[in-house]
Design a binder for this molecule. Structure first.
Ligand SMILES: NC(=O)c1ccc[n+]([C@@H]2O[C@H](COP(=O)([O-])OP(=O)(O)OC[C@H]3O[C@@H](n4cnc5c(N)ncnc54)[C@H](O)[C@@H]3O)[C@@H](O)[C@H]2O)c1
Length: 472
């Protein structure tokens, strides 16, 4: 069990311990002063020389984070837009080579690894060419756009054992999500059967003026998979991870009801995924409310509720300002048996006329660093007790030390050197892309789509999975 109850500790004890421990931590840090500089220099000499293709919104966000990571060094940037290149150069600093044609960046011998941060319809061509050019690849989610690309990429990666391919699904790198997964593995939630996920916005994406269709690529199906590719993809991956399986089928309802400005993607989408053994994921994306009921309504837009027979977890990734947060709710105790009229024993729930009002109080999910492992020094143990006490009292919430985006980027550079399998590897990325492609097919055709259908899709003679764009 993740949580160690703290029964014998007063607030004064906890604060005293925390203050004493903090002083010791500071003293220890001063002894090793100077070490970070040595480590930095060592890391820089072996740093991965990377290039980035597509330095728009996500590309420049990643560059902002990459600037602080010394195991990778920006050798080149590429975008078809001068403004995007200028912004990227300002963000990363230094003197990276600038390219407008990504094939020239790929021909640059200094570039060992490539970030693919172009619009979705270009992920596969750039990733394929980068792998063929001998580069390691970090490709943003959703990994591929079309079924044939999924098949082709799987076959191609199999021929490149010395190259890394990582997908930009950063929740896999979050200590909070990993702690949730550990709780599930330990059985804290009992049998986990149900995930509800939402990414609701208010308003949804707006159409940008004067930048044409390409500048608004997300809103057009010939370039984008709409809400499912851009938003649900992260959360379908979370459900797969937490349930430890991939779906068997998907059905849904999608329409364009509120954002009518010439876009051809849907703006109001609900999807139901059927997993083996009766498991379900229910996903919703609407553009008219950003309320999320998880973690007591403290966060907006997106999050997942993972439910099992013994409890539920509410979890969300947050952003640069709001770190990932997770709460755990024990399943309420079954209603007590009461003596009903005529002397018969009945449960208060029987007949569904009486509802048990007692829920359970949400407890913060403890990160790995807060768990008692039994090998702590006296001081570490006291520190952990102190932190747990403060969490229980609601004075503090556990927050991960590192942004998951930094972790995924560091992990990528590490993987380029060690070839260790990434947490968000090819199969994680392809399972996710398959779910996106099939969900859109279910919405387009208004039917239940089996996940086994992907095997035949994108093969010779198969009908296209991407909805043809209406003319006129
Ligand atoms: N992991 C996440 O949380 C996350 C968040 C946001 C976006 N993304 C993903 O990142 C990708 C990019 O999204 P974005 O929001 O940055 O879009 P964007 O439109 O802001 O940026 C895309 C950039 O690619 C450039 N580009 C287009 N064609 C090109 C080409 N042939 N060669 C070089 N550059 C080209 C564009 O000029 C633009 O600057 C998408 O796949 C998106 O899903 C991931």
């Amino acid at each position: 069990m993740a949580m160690t109850p703290i029964t014998n500790m007063t607030r004064r004890d906890a604060v005293k311990t925390a203050v004493g421990a903090a002083a010791l931590v500071t003293a220890a840090a001063s002894i090793v002063e100077g070490a970070p500089a040595i480590m930095k220099a060592r890391a820089a000499s072996n740093s991965v020389q990377f290039g980035m293709v597509g330095t728009g919104s996500r590309g420049s966000y990643l560059l902002k984070h990459l600037k602080g990571i010394d195991t990778g060094q920006c050798a080149a940037i590429c975008d078809i837009s001068d403004a995007a290149l200028d912004k990227a150069q300002q963000t990363i600093g230094g003197n990276p080579k600038r390219y407008k044609d990504y094939r020239e960046l790929l021909a640059d011998k200094n570039v060992e690894a490539v970030f693919v941060t172009v619009p979705l319809f270009l992920h596969f061509p750039v990733t394929k060419d980068a792998l063929d050019a001998g580069k390691h690849v970090f490709c943003e989610k959703s990994l591929v756009f079309k079924p044939e690309e999924a098949h082709e990429l799987r076959a191609l990666v199999a021929t490149k054992p010395k190259q890394l391919l990582q997908t930009g699904l950063q929740r896999r790198y979050s200590a909070m999500y990993q702690a949730a997964r550990q709780m599930i593995e330990k059985g804290t939630l009992g049998e986990v059967t149900y995930v509800q996920a939402q990414w609701n916005r208010n308003p949804g994406w707006k159409m940008k003026k004067d930048v044409g269709e390409m500048g608004n690529w997300r809103l057009f199906r010939k370039y984008s998979g709409g809400l499912v590719a851009e938003l649900a993809s992260h959360q379908i991956d979370v459900a797969d991870w937490m349930l430890g399986m991939t779906p068997e089928s998907v059905m849904g309802l999608g329409s364009q009801d509120f954002m009518k400005d010439g876009r051809d993607i849907l703006d109001n989408v609900q999807l139901i995924y059927k997993y083996p053994k009766g498991r379900r994921l229910v996903w919703t994306g609407i553009p008219t409310s950003s309320h999320w009921a998880g973690v007591g309504g403290q966060r907006t837009e997106m999050g997942e509720i993972i439910s099992g027979t013994k409890g539920s977890i509410h979890i969300t990734i947050g952003d640069d300002t709001n770190k990932p947060i997770g709460m755990w709710f024990r399943e309420p105790t079954p209603p007590a048996t009461v003596e009903a009229a005529k002397g018969k024993k009945e449960a208060t729930k029987a007949g569904a006329t009486m509802v048990s009002a007692a829920g359970s109080k949400g407890l913060p999910i403890l990160l790995d660093r807060d768990l008692m492992k039994g090998n702590e020094s006296f001081l570490e143990k006291e520190m952990k007790f102190a932190r747990q006490w403060l969490y229980m009292k609601g004075v503090m919430v556990p927050l991960e030390d590192k942004n998951p985006v930094d972790t995924e980027l560091e992990s990528f550079f590490d993987g380029c050197r060690t070839l260790k399998r990434p947490k968000a590897d090819l199969e994680v990325g392809l399972n996710d892309s398959t779910a996106v492609i099939l969900s859109n097919l279910a919405l387009d055709e208004g039917r239940t789509v089996l996940f086994s259908e992907i095997d035949k899709m994108g093969k010779p003679g198969a009908k296209p999975a991407v909805k043809p764009v209406k003319k006129g």
